[in-house]
Design a protein around this ligand. Structure first.
Ligand code: PMP
Length: 432
């Protein structure tokens, strides 16, 4: 029985007085689902516990990083040992080299890697590198893909593929937005036209390894290779943003799963084991352009932080074990198919997608393969589904346009509990 949200409501009211919107990252406010956020007290394994004493099976996992479950024993033990050695030095450590080696071993396309503190920093720095390396200014991104909140990347599509970018947020100068071209995902023909028209000015095309920020939408067969060929043809760099898909859809990322060789890869989330981290890496010739090896400046006081490196190393050592990704994919298949069946039984149309341990269910009768088709989803119905699941004790991503994540800690019982909750929740949706 759910114990209500009383304490969370009080804490949210207090936080709103002190913090814009009461949260330190907008999506946490639950605005898109017509609810107020639950405030978390602690987490363990696949569970979140809120301040009112409710337990939730967690499919958000801090938006991805907690792939081994919350408070994983091995990660926690490594951190406890590390913390007594000091929490930041602003000087190099062997830990940085060790995590770098683990990343390079996992990503054949990467010869060198630079650590930063977030996914936003990784993509922002990758763009500067691509522009500095190519001597070109324009970048191409996809409608519905999110790459953090750097000015150049916070751009939504205009009408028509070659329309100049329109800032999504006030505060993004139009002269920066003008250098971002947006394109529809999974549509190679439109991309060819963009490159025919502007190819010689394009520094880079940036793409999510598996888009998860418009919900999980797998690339069509051959699409990524088509983008790789096109960027090579025009001398533009291909940046794969694997901040979400890295160590999520495979050991390595989407580029390993689909056998694509990007020029630059961006990472975050899982490689910090739940501590703030990001990284970008690529071919030696490109990476050696970065200061102090080269002239392109990028720096960070806390970059390569010893706690973050320690947690990342411990996490990757866990994920490297045989069977990890098969186990994650099988659990994801089980729960995603169970949720889809629950929707069907209740007469709610659901388009279900998944890649490895990322999954989504779009409440729509359409086939979802890009941002426009994702937008046919019934977000009101999703809100009702989300709220019902929360009351049943299942914590889903609080938007139709986010992916769900599976961890190694979810048990068969947790998955069956989730499916039973979905059966009740979809019945509520249908009865609205
Ligand atoms: N790229 C992708 C694909 C992401 O999903 C995110 C965050 N969800 C980012 C970049 C930005 O990462 P951060 O929030 O760590 O800045």
């Amino acid at each position: 029985m759910h114990k209500g949200y009383q304490r969370s409501e009080a804490l949210f009211a207090e936080a709103k007085q002190l913090i814009p919107g009461g949260v330190n990252s907008p999506v946490r406010a639950f605005k898109a689902v017509g609810a107020n956020p639950v405030f978390i007290d602690r987490a363990e394994g696949p569970y979140l516990y809120d301040v009112d004493g409710n337990r939730y099976i967690d499919y958000v996992l801090s938006w991805g990083p907690m792939i081994a479950g919350h408070a994983n024993e091995e990660v926690s033990a490594a951190l406890k040992e590390a913390i007594d050695r000091g929490t930041s030095y602003g000087a190099p450590t062997e830990l940085e080299t060790r995590l770098a080696q683990l990343l390079l071993d996992a990503f054949p396309a990467m010869d060198m890697v630079r650590m930063v503190n977030s996914g936003t920093e990784a993509t922002m720095s990758a763009l500067r590198l691509a522009r500095g390396y190519t001597g070109r200014n324009k970048i191409v991104k996809f409608e519905g893909c999110y790459h953090g909140h750097a000015d150049s990347l916070l751009i939504k599509a205009g009408s028509g593929a070659l329309t100049l970018g329109v800032p999504t947020s006030p505060g993004v100068p139009s002269n920066i937005a003008n250098n971002t071209i947006t394109a529809p995902y999974n549509d190679l023909e439109t991309m060819k036209k963009i490159f025919e028209e502007a190819g010689d000015d394009i520094a880079a095309l940036i793409i999510e390894g598996v888009p998860g920020n418009m919900g999980c939408i797998p690339p069509k067969e051959g699409y990524l290779q088509g983008l790789r060929d096109l960027t090579r043809q025009y001398g533009a760099l291909l940046i794969m943003d694997e901040v979400m898909s890295g160590f999520r859809v495979a050991y390595g990322g989407a580029q390993v799963l689909y056998d694509i060789e990007p020029d630059i890869t961006c990472l975050g989330k899982i490689i910090g084991g739940g501590l703030p981290v990001g990284a970008y890496g690529g071919k030696k010739e490109i990476m050696e352009m970065i200061a102090p090896a080269g002239p392109i400046y990028q720096a960070g006081t806390l970059s390569g932080n010893p706690l973050a490196m320690t947690a990342g190393i411990a996490m990757l050592e866990i994920l490297k074990r045989p069977g990890t990704y098969e186990t994650l994919a099988e659990k994801t298949r089980y729960v995603a198919e169970g949720i889809a069946a629950a929707a069907k039984d209740a007469g709610v149309p659901l388009y279900s997608t998944r890649v490895g341990s990322m999954f989504s269910g779009f409440i729509t009768t359409e086939t979802v393969e890009d941002f426009a088709s994702a937008c046919t989803s019934d977000t009101e119905a999703f809100g009702a589904y989300f709220r019902a699941m929360l009351e049943e004790g299942v914590y889903l991503a609080c938007s139709q346009f986010e992916a769900g994540f599976m961890s190694l800690a979810h048990s068969q019982e947790d998955l069956d509990f989730t499916i039973a909750a979905a059966q009740k929740a979809f019945r509520k949706v249908a009865e609205r």
